[in-house]
Design a protein around this ligand. Structure first.
Ligand code: ADP
Ligand code: MG
Length: 247
């Protein structure tokens, strides 16, 4: 007898409106544990909104979303717990400017998980080591480069021991020479088995690190394929058009 393992993320029949604007249209997406899914698509196609529905930063109007087999809680302590399990990294790093890097990383574990400060600091230092900026721990965000700040933001998300990581264009705000150091950290995470949903325009990352590419246009998932398949033979005109513009 086999026990069915639920996918880490399950999105079923989701619709989302902003007023009259229909931004997610009957979206179905399952991400098995340990898979890395890259979401591609033109600006305005609903990629960020999709990410934000997964930790309920945006409630949906129809359909179901489950993380690790459980429906998203609507509010309260259960929602706070879910947000801890679903790490999110945005284009803008959103670090607290008046706190040191290590304080940024240990803040949520102390406040939300109620970890003793010494323990949280130890873990934070290990994570900063992992993302290669342990030597920057006592500095303030503004003293770091963009790439270092984004790596700190990744460490901060990891400090909550998430089951899944969402990345929404994590390198889009970076100077070109800093993009790779952030992608390298993400690639390592992927290799370690983290379940990841990554919105990015970095096609090299999509080809190398993704198990699947999901292409969105106008609020719909238009294609869902292996990277080699998607890049070599996109099926829809919208994907062909998109690839023609960015490759
Ligand atoms: P993408 O990340 O693919 O660029 P978004 O998910 O940000 O797309 O946006 C999808 C659509 O929803 C766009 O038309 C955008 O203008 C609109 N939108 C996004 N957030 C809001 C909001 N808070 N209120 C109203 N419209 C929004
Ligand atoms: Mg976006």
């Amino acid at each position: 007898m086999t026990t069915a393992v639920p996918p880490m993320i399950r999105i079923a029949g989701v619709d989302k409106f902003f007023g009259h604007l229909h931004v997610l249209k009957d979206v179905h997406l399952e991400v098995p544990k340990g898979q890395v899914v890259v979401v591609l698509g033109p600006s305005g196609s609903g990629k960020s909104t999709l990410c934000r529905t997964i930790n309920r930063l945006e409630p949906v109007d129809r359909g179901q979303i489950e993380v690790d087999g459980r429906p998203l809680p609507a509010e309260g302590r259960a929602l706070a717990k879910l947000r801890a399990e679903v790490g999110m990294v945005f284009q803008s790093f959103n670090l607290f400017a008046h706190k040191s890097i290590v304080d940024n990383v240990m803040l949520a574990p102390v406040k939300v998980r109620r970890l003793p400060a010494a323990e949280a600091r130890k873990t934070a230092m290990e994570l900063l080591e992992r993302v290669g900026i342990a030597n920057q721990a006592e500095k303030f965000p503004a003293q770091l480069s963009g790439g270092q700040q984004q790596r700190a933001a990744i460490a901060r998300a990891l400090a909550m021991r998430p089951k899944v990581m969402l990345f929404d264009e994590p390198t889009s705000a970076l100077d070109p020479e800093m993009v790779q150091e952030v992608l390298d950290v993400m690639t390592t995470l992927a290799k370690e088995g983290m379940t990841m949903l990554v919105v990015t325009h970095e096609m090299g990352f999509a080809r190398k690190a993704a198990d699947r590419v999901v292409f969105m246009a106008d609020g719909e998932i238009v294609e869902d394929a292996k990277p080699e398949e998607f890049f070599s033979s996109p099926k829809s005109n919208r994907a062909k058009d998109f690839l023609g513009k960015i490759l």
